[in-house]
Design a binder for this molecule. Structure first.
Ligand SMILES: [Zn+2]
Length: 177
């Protein structure tokens, strides 16, 4: 049902040409009912589509992307809002992941409900894991590995996933160090 609304909206939006002004939306939160707010969000999300867009293209949020590159509006992540508005309700506690691995993308066709495990495959998440380590730490890990310390123990010590330590061990990452 959500995607049908999307198609209807798309028809309206395709009337817009490149360079046209994006329809103005009211952002006064006080006066808005939840329905009006959702309607504004729909418009705003659809306005992110490139003019040549089809389902395959990413719709990169043109607003704030403060939260680790995720499109966000206050504490709400826009890709979650996009999923809720155009696809359906989000199960309690569920994560919304990107097929396209772009946190700022709000194209509902690129979104899926993932489990925590699946989110490990999310590039953004991988990025977060990698950021926990730096060159010095990687060298330390190599020393520990060389000394025969268990992968599990090292992973726990550095707060990273075992798979990452294994990747370091096998030289699949930071090969240049
Ligand atoms: Zn995308």
């Amino acid at each position: 049902m959500g995607r049908e609304i999307l198609r209807e909206k798309e028809k309206k939006m395709t009337a817009l040409k490149k360079g046209d002004k994006v329809p103005q939306v009211t952002w006064s939160r006080k006066k808005q009912t939840p329905e009006q707010r959702d309607e504004n969000w729909r418009t705003r999300i659809l306005a992110c589509r490139p003019s040549f867009a089809d389902e395959k293209e990413c719709w990169i949020w043109d607003g704030c992307t403060a939260n680790r590159g995720y499109a966000s509006l206050g504490s709400e992540k826009m890709h979650r809002i996009s999923y809720r508005l155009f696809v359906g309700s989000i199960p309690i506690g569920a994560l919304i992941c990107h097929h396209c691995d772009r946190p700022a993308c709000v194209n509902p066709f690129h979104l899926f409900v993932g489990t925590q495990k699946e989110n490990m495959c999310d590039a953004a998440h991988k990025g977060r894991l990698v950021k926990k380590l730096n060159h010095l730490k990687v060298r330390q890990i190599r020393v520990f590995l060389g000394a025969g310390i268990k992968i599990r123990a090292i992973a726990k010590e550095y707060g990273v996933h075992k798979a990452l330590v294994t990747a370091i061990k096998r030289g699949r990452v930071w090969r240049n160090l």
